[in-house]
Design a binder for this molecule. Structure first.
Ligand SMILES: [Zn+2]
Ligand SMILES: [Zn+2]
Length: 389
């Protein structure tokens, strides 16, 4: 029996709303993963739970042996207070599905229901990866991989889909090669000597030095990175001092560094350290830098993008295809899966009107739910078509 369009639509929207109502933060997706696991079982999938924390792996073996393809959805929400006035509004204060991961889970369940019905024609296996903690480095993908999510049977290709309010409803964004940035974090502690604000000559002011460091860090992108390569250095947090008439002992700066090309990625920790330590020293202070590598560059296999484009064209029409010209500087831990198996990360446009145009992580982020069944069918078709190649 084939799921009708309206059945599929009702199914995915109901799931999206159910998950949206009860958001859970990174690595605490306990009820979400429980609900997903029991639904997969009900649909007839083999299910493994507790994979790398709250991760869930579904497996559907085709009647005929063949390759194995994986499809992934992330399950975590964000510490954002929802401002949407909708009937399925978040019931958990201070938590919200503001990145569309509720939609990702719902679509993948829709895909699960479609694939079960076409199992007879399936040559090979499909794995569904419901992963924890995409929003919080080190991310949930690594944990699932070390728990064997890509083995037994070994995954030959992997696909993922992210809702995107910058693209109009139903359009699919594709990009060959690097699509998302390597995103690292840094923390700089400027150590000075505190005292009375009116006696700066008896102090070592970490705020003055810290401000110079923030300004000097801007020269990394303008002077050190190859101008043809995109890069970001943002100081997102600067904490120091307690009162207007006190020179504090320390200043804390926290930021993120993003890159696409290998040279920038490699050099970034050295550049940040060099500027922070030496600028502090020029002021007679010391700076300690902690640099932490985050998600790697997300790399879309060109062949898999070509293949995906063909699937998008035949399923949704030529006008659905959008070639994304430049990589996005956000990070995505789907990148880790793509290091182990070739595949593609696609974007699904979800903007219909002003209500669905808010950016990711915004308290009014919302999606055009009509695109969810399209996404579910696209993922199913990507899997089936790949196994038939
Ligand atoms: Zn996000
Ligand atoms: Zn996301």
């Amino acid at each position: 029996m084939k799921t009708s369009d309206s059945q599929l639509k009702n199914y995915v929207i109901a799931w999206r709303r159910r998950i949206h109502t009860a958001p859970e933060l990174s690595f605490h997706e306990v009820l979400t993963s429980k609900a997903i696991a029991s639904e997969l079982k009900r649909l007839g999938w083999q299910v493994r739970t507790g994979v790398g924390g709250t991760g869930v792996v579904g497996l559907l073996k085709g009647k005929v042996a063949g390759k194995t393809v994986a499809l992934r959805a992330d399950m975590d929400a964000l510490p954002v207070q929802e401002e949407n006035d909708v009937c399925y509004r978040s019931q958990h204060p201070g938590k919200m599905h503001a990145c569309g991961h509720d939609g990702h889970c719902a679509m993948l369940l829709g895909t699960a229901s479609i694939l079960v019905q076409s199992r007879a024609g399936l040559k090979g296996n499909v794995k569904l990866l419901f992963q924890p903690g995409e929003e919080t480095p080190p991310g949930g993908a690594l944990g699932m991989m070390s728990a064997g999510a890509l083995e037994n049977p070994k995954v030959n290709a992997v696909f993922g889909l992210h809702l995107d309010s910058s693209l109009s409803s139903g359009r699919i964004g594709l990009r060959q090669g690097p699509m998302m940035a390597a995103s690292d974090n840094f923390k700089i502690t400027v150590k000075g000597r505190g005292g009375h604000a009116a006696r700066p000559h008896h102090c070592l002011d970490p705020i003055t030095a810290g401000a110079q460091i923030v300004a000097a860090l801007q020269t990394i992108v303008s002077r050190m990175v190859d101008p043809a390569q995109p890069a970001v250095v943002t100081v997102g947090r600067f904490v120091s001092g307690t009162k207007h008439n006190i020179i504090p002992e320390t200043a804390l700066l926290e930021g993120t560094a993003r890159s696409i090309d290998r040279r920038t990625w490699k050099m970034m920790p050295r550049w940040i350290r060099q500027i922070a330590e030496n600028t502090a020293r020029a002021n007679g202070l010391r700076a300690a830098v902690e640099y932490e590598r985050g998600y790697p560059v997300l790399y879309n296999d060109p062949k898999m993008i070509n293949y995906s484009e063909g699937v998008v064209r035949s399923l949704l029409g030529q006008s659905a295809v959008v070639h994304i010209p430049d990589p996005l500087m956000g990070g995505e831990d789907f990148a880790y899966f793509l290091q182990k198996a070739p595949g593609a990360f696609l974007r699904l446009g979800s903007r219909k009107d002003a209500r669905t145009a808010y950016p990711w992580h915004h308290p009014r982020f919302n999606i055009d739910e009509e695109v969810l069944p399209k996404g579910a069918r696209l993922l199913a078709q990507l899997a089936q078509g790949y196994l038939a190649l």
